[in-house]
Ligand binder design. Structure first.
Ligand SMILES: Nc1nc2c(ncn2[C@@H]2O[C@H](COP(=O)(O)OP(=O)(O)OP(=O)(O)O)[C@@H](O)[C@H]2O)c(=O)[nH]1
Length: 223
């Protein structure tokens, strides 16, 4: 701790044990705990819908400012109702927690994994072109498929379906419309048989005519 920090926790009346400072530090801890509670989902410890909504707005604004694309993955566990029905609600909760842990371990520190609701997750990947987001989604899909949850010493296998798309500086629609678009790709993944990642075809995304350097980087990455 620096001398400056020490000074900030000195007792205002010069006593070695200071009730005022203790109370202030406790208040600060309570405030941090509350802030975390407001923004996180208690079951999975991922960010909750409120934080997702705020972060997506911020990241899309950043995309407009900097030109760096924002990718969004919407993920839904497959046949989760069956898991609950056949293995019990607590086993279902265990699956949700393990899926969240896999997300955190496979994503970058700057990515924003959120529990969107129920068995649906939303992952914001700042500064990520579409092919990289699709790779990340597929890595996660395979990890989920290959990591059964152990319940009473028995393996419970689960799979996930995902939709992925990217928001670019040239995208002029709302965050809500973006989520809806990615959600419909997720729906497509479900109807195509589940345990898959649906995304726009890169060729169909190609802008007509000359492709700008920035747009090219957003679509394909800069390397
Ligand atoms: N254990 C547990 N179950 C949950 C939680 N939140 C939602 N669910 C369950 O998730 C299930 C979702 O079921 P559906 O929406 O029918 O979807 P599904 O069975 O996954 O089917 P598809 O999405 O079409 O593959 C329901 O049974 C909900 O009760 C939770 O926090 N814990």
């Amino acid at each position: 701790m620096s001398g400056k920090d020490n000074k900030s926790t000195e007792c205002p009346v010069g006593e070695s044990q200071c009730a005022h400072i203790d109370a202030l530090l406790q208040l600060q801890r309570d405030h941090e705990d509350l802030a975390e509670l407001v923004l996180t989902d208690p079951l999975t410890r991922l960010f909750n819908y409120r934080h997702f909504s705020q972060s997506l707005d911020q990241e899309l604004e950043r995309t407009h400012r900097t030109g760096h694309p924002t990718a969004l993955i919407m993920l839904d566990l497959d046949h989760f109702k069956r898991v609950n029905d056949e293995w019990g609600h607590e086993a279902g909760n265990q699956v949700l927690r393990q899926t969240a842990e896999l997300m955190v371990s496979l994503l970058r520190k700057i990515d924003i994994p959120c529990r969107y609701g129920g068995e649906e997750f939303a992952l914001i990947l700042p500064g990520t072109p579409l092919p990289r987001a699709v790779n990340a989604a597929n890595r996660l899909r395979v990890a989920i498929e290959e990591s059964p949850v152990i319940v009473d010493e028995r393996p419970l296998f689960i799979t996930a379906s995902m939709g992925v798309d990217v928001y670019m500086r040239s995208s002029h629609f709302s965050a809500e419309a973006f989520v809806k678009q990615v959600d419909s790709l997720l729906y497509q993944a479900k109807t195509l048989g589940r345990n898959r990642v649906s995304h726009p075809d890169l060729d169909s995304l190609k802008p007509k005519g000359q492709v700008g350097v920035e747009e090219k980087a957003a679509l394909y990455g800069s390397d």
